[in-house]
Structure formats: structure tokens, C-alpha cells
Design a binder for this molecule. Structure first.
Ligand SMILES: [Zn+2]
Length: 386
């Protein structure tokens, strides 16, 4: 048995968590303020969920911003900040998936009293001023990103082909309301992509350089819960109990990565999303087994030590379980439709090695290693489809 000492660590998460079917009603008790900005998507409004929320907040001045992009763009966030510059909000509610909650978190900073230039901070490393963000209530309607409990937000810049990570403890929402009933109407495609993100995040947290015992305790519960729940849920989308389990898994993965961050599969996912439009969870899942195998080849004892608490006797059995889920859920065929060719995907290797994510993998990966991981990912996908 590998003896891994517990190094000094810190763990902080300031978000109050309210979980359970029907807990959307709690919004009445956690929003004492008058002027509310609700950030959401047009789809959420069309499904009636925005109305469901506003009906719980009578006698408030509510503004609804429901044009969130699935990949929030710097330019859109700047426009929204200009649009609402003259309005005073006491609270921002993010109602939706990870992109929506990220947008709410960023707007809570941009609409605070202090002037703050997002673009300069993200592209020129300009120091963040002393900010007092507007309080944020995060209400996820999908199960996967964990954005309701993390201090980061992903921001995209299509014109320059870049993805940025905005990270500061100021982004931790004040309250997360996780009501599994809200995810009952989520489509199979979104259930799949977000569910894949949940178990990739849980696994990556385990092999992060910033791994710590608190995050590990969350990840050790999150990963098996996602692996056992997702295949059943995809065949039974209206099952409230399975929706609850998936949301619980997603929350635990979020609580894990909030301190460890993600690693290599996330690093490689961003150019796949930018170049081929691969949805985030699918893009992470594309390389998750080859990254597992790469890590095992570098440090087999450590991998064995990692996989046992999540219920697997070897990294091979874990890899086979994941590959089976990717095959039966049509993940491989979805990926095959989106990604052009083996050559095109291997050509992304240099863009895929983003320092903050790739350097966070417990074993170093070179450009050749990433090329090998991409090649292996392609081969595993095509082998499954043949
Ligand atoms: Zn993710």
C-alpha cells in the first residue's frame, strides 16, 4: 500500500447549500432584497421556470436578463454591464446551467460599485480592484458543472479563439439552491453532457496537484454516484430520485474542484470546444480514459491508491466502466460526428496544453504526451464504433 502523507492544506467554501425537491420555495427566505436581477436563458423562460421563480418573489423589482450564451463571451458580458450600468441591484440570481451561473457570478462583480474591466483583467493580467460583489443566489437547473459552489467562471472570446478562467473567491455564490425537480425537464443531450462533466471533474480532482483530504472525501462520493446513476438516468429522464442523485454527485464534484481545480482532460477540452463546437462535458469525456491510463503508466501505485476508495479494484476496471458508459450513451458517436479527423484532433495538442490546468495534473505531460492522449482517444472512440 502506498503511503501518501497528508500535507498541510486549506479548504474554504463560503456558499450556503440548500438541497432537496421543492427547495426552490426557499428563495423567499434567502432573498430579503428589493431590486433583483435574474440571469437565465430564453429556454428556461420558455419552459416557464423563470415565471415559477418570479412568482415566489412578489413585491420585488425584478429585471430578467435571459439571453445567456452557452459559452459566455467577454463582449456579451461587457454589453450587459453597460446595459444595466444605471440600474441598482441588491441581488443577482443565476437560474440555469453552468454558463448561466458563471454569467451571474461575473455580472455580480461588473455591476458592483467599483469600476472593473473584465477584458483587461483576463487578457492583460490587470490586478483586480477591491470589489464588493452583489450577493449571488445560484439555482442550477442541470447537474454537472458544480458552478453553484465554485470560485471560478469560464469566459470565452470567439474572435481571438481563446478561453479564459476568471478565478477569485469573490465569485463564490452566497447561496446555492439545488432543487432536483428543476432538472426533470432537461433534455437527454444536456443530461448526458453535464453528467459526463460531473464525473470527469470528480476524477480530475483526485489526480490534481492540489488534492486535499476534504476535496477527496467529496470526490470519493461523487464519482461512484455519477457512474452508477448516469446510465440509468439517460433511460429514465423523469425519475426524480435519479435526478436527485445526479445533482448530489454534481454538487460533490463542485465542492471537490472548488479547491483542487480540474486538470488534463479539462485542459484538452477547451480547444475541442473552440475548434469543433464539442459541448463541454463531451469534450472532457473524450480523453478521460486515456488520461487515466497515462497517469497510471506514470505512477501505478498512486492510481491504485486512488481508485480503490471509489469502488474499483484497478484502473483498468474503472477505464472499462467509463468506456462502456461512453459507448452505450452514444457519447462516442456524438463525438465522432463533431470531430473532423484524427490528424485534425492531434493538431490541437499545442493549444490543449494550458498551463493552469495541465500543470495541475499530478504527473507532468509534455506536448508528445498530449499528442499520444489525443491519438489514443481517437482510437478508443473508433474502436468502440466499429
Ligand atoms: Zn467542467
Amino acid at each position: 500500500m502506498l503511503n501518501i502523507n497528508i500535507s498541510p492544506y486549506q479548504y474554504e467554501n463560503s456558499t450556503r447549500i440548500i438541497f432537496g425537491v421543492g427547495t426552490l420555495n426557499e428563495v423567499t427566505n434567502v432573498v430579503p432584497w428589493k431590486n433583483i436581477l435574474i440571469v437565465t436563458t430564453s429556454g428556461t423562460t420558455k419552459r416557464g421556470t423563470t415565471n415559477q421563480l418570479t412568482s415566489l418573489l412578489p413585491n420585488k423589482n425584478i429585471t430578467v436578463y435571459d439571453i445567456v450564451d452557452p459559452e459566455p463571451q467577454i463582449v456579451d458580458l461587457e454589453q450587459a454591464a453597460n446595459q444595466f450600468e444605471k440600474q441598482h441591484f441588491d441581488c443577482v440570481i443565476g437560474l440555469g446551467g453552468g454558463s448561466t451561473i458563471d454569467t451571474a457570478k461575473i455580472l455580480s462583480c461588473l455591476l458592483s460599485e467599483t469600476t472593473f474591466h473584465l477584458r483587461s483583467h483576463l487578457t492583460k493580467n490587470e490586478t483586480l480592484p477591491e470589489l464588493q460583489p452583489i450577493p449571488v443566489i445560484a439555482i442550477p437547473t442541470t447537474a454537472g458543472t458544480g458552478a453553484e459552489v465554485t470560485p471560478f467562471a469560464t469566459v470565452w472570446d470567439r474572435p481571438s479563439g481563446k478561453k479564459h478562467s476568471f478565478a477569485t473567491s469573490l465569485l463564490n455564490p452566497n447561496v446555492a439552491i439545488l432543487d432536483p425537480a428543476l432538472s426533470l425537464s432537461v433534455s437527454r443531450d444536456v443530461t448526458l453532457t453535464t453528467g459526463l462533466d460531473a464525473f470527469c471533474q470528480g476524477l480530475e480532482s483526485l489526480w490534481s496537484r492540489q488534492r486535499n483530504p476534504v476535496a477527496t472525501a467529496f470526490a470519493n462520493q461523487s464519482v461512484p454516484l455519477a457512474l452508477s446513476t448516469l446510465p440509468k438516468l439517460l433511460n429514465d429522464l423523469k425519475n426524480q430520485d435519479l435526478r436527485s442523485r445526479m445533482l448530489q454527485s454534481s454538487l460533490f464534484a463542485g465542492l471537490a474542484i472548488s479547491s483542487t481545480r480540474t486538470t488534463l482532460s479539462h485542459s484538452i477540452s477547451y480547444p475541442l470546444t473552440l475548434r469543433f463546437g464539442v459541448p463541454h462535458g463531451l469534450a472532457c469525456a473524450f480523453t478521460i480514459v486515456p488520461v487515466l491510463q497515462f497517469n497510471a503508466s506514470r505512477d501505478p501505485d498512486r492510481l491504485q491508491w486512488l481508485v480503490e476508495p471509489i469502488g474499483f479494484n484497478s484502473h483498468e476496471t474503472l477505464g472499462d466502466t467509463i468506456k462502456n458508459i461512453l459507448a452505450i450513451s452514444n457519447t462516442y458517436s456524438n463525438l465522432n460526428n463533431l470531430i473532423g479527423s484524427k490528424e485534425a484532433v492531434i493538431a490541437l495538442a499545442s493549444e490543449a496544453l494550458t498551463p493552469a490546468r495541465a500543470d495541475n495534473n499530478f504527473t507532468n505531460a509534455s506536448l508528445e504526451d498530449v499528442e499520444h492522449i489525443l491519438s489514443e482517444s481517437w482510437d478508443q472512440m473508433t474502436a468502440s464504433l466499429s
